[in-house]
Design a binder for this molecule. Structure first.
Ligand SMILES: [Zn+2]
Ligand SMILES: [Zn+2]
Length: 152
């Protein structure tokens, strides 16, 4: 399997773009980190490591990483995009708590059956799916029961 860096370099070359240290720093940080992030979080993590970078270059680099399939966008409906790296990782879906925003990642073979059913029914060549199930996590349910909603 090719490394993320190899894929990214090939993509950059194919697009006639320049490979910059900023882009490599961003890629490096994204691939060593597991979990979801947004632009601000990524920016802070890079700055904390003493890496000088502008938010603008993060904004410019993310579409490239999306386009070459190394990351995907996740919409937690809080007004801005979140991202996660997906390269070489099994597909997963999200459970999101509407109270505290906690995210649970899960996989379920039933969803593959649904994909196959839809492919057959609509004649689609199915590539992927995204699913977010929203609800209230166990901790928040407890808080609701005890009447302490955390001032939310
Ligand atoms: Zn919660
Ligand atoms: Zn995820």
């Amino acid at each position: 399997m090719k490394s993320e860096l190899e894929i990214f370099k090939e993509y950059i070359r194919g697009q006639g773009l320049r490979q910059t240290p900023e882009r490599e720093n961003i890629l490096q940080e994204i691939t060593t980190f597991t979990g979801h992030f947004d632009v601000d979080e990524l920016y802070l993590r890079l700055r904390r490591q003493g890496i000088k970078i502008s938010k603008a270059s993060i904004y410019r680099t993310l579409p490239l990483l999306l386009d070459c399939g190394l990351i995907r966008e996740v919409d937690f409906t809080d007004g801005h995009w979140h991202y996660e790296s997906i390269y070489g990782q099994p597909h997963h879906c999200h459970l999101r708590c509407l109270k505290c925003g906690a995210i649970v990642e899960f996989e379920d073979p039933l969803l593959i059956c649904v994909e196959q059913k839809l492919a057959w029914r609509f004649g689609y060549l199915v590539k992927t799916h995204t699913l977010e199930v929203q609800g209230v996590c166990p901790q928040c349910q407890e808080r609701l029961e005890t009447g302490d909603d955390g001032g939310d």
